[in-house]
Design a protein around this ligand. Structure first.
Ligand SMILES: [Zn+2]
Length: 134
């Protein structure tokens, strides 16, 4: 299931308000179009309907890829600990306890995109991380 919420945002250029769709969670299998946008880097794009100004919107979200049994939580640095607790919930009360799922926490949009691409291509992200250090 994907969770979306429409919110009013003000354009940084013309200051006029418009609706923008924020995704609290994105299920890549149920919303392939949004998943494609995430992978090609246009997901967080905002285009002002009044003046045409384009910019990136930044907010945390959960990306869920059922086909590849992956969850990637994009959060701000100061929420990492909280999400780690959710992900390691032993009693399963959080609903995050799914066996065999790969769960990752990232703190920037690039990392979210990178991991989504890696899992989409069925690579092991730990190996890729090892290589990208060199
Ligand atoms: Zn504008």
């Amino acid at each position: 299931m994907s969770l979306r919420r429409k919110k009013t945002v003000a354009c940084p250029k013309c200051n006029k308000e418009s609706d923008y769709l924020f995704w609290e969670s994105l299920n890549g299998d149920l919303d392939p179009e949004a998943k494609t946008q995430l992978i090609d880097g246009t997901f967080f794009q905002f285009k002002c309907p009044h003046c045409g100004h384009e910019c990136k919107v930044d907010y945390g979200m959960l990306y869920h890829d059922m086909a590849h049994q992956t969850m990637i939580y994009y959060v701000s640095e100061n929420s990492v600990e909280e999400i780690q607790k959710l992900f390691s919930d032993k009693d399963g009360e959080s609903g995050f306890l799914i066996p065999r799922y790969r769960k990752r926490i990232v703190t920037n949009q690039n990392a979210l995109r990178e991991k989504a691409i890696i899992f989409e291509n069925e690579l092991d992200d730990r190996v890729v991380e090892l290589f990208s250090v060199k």
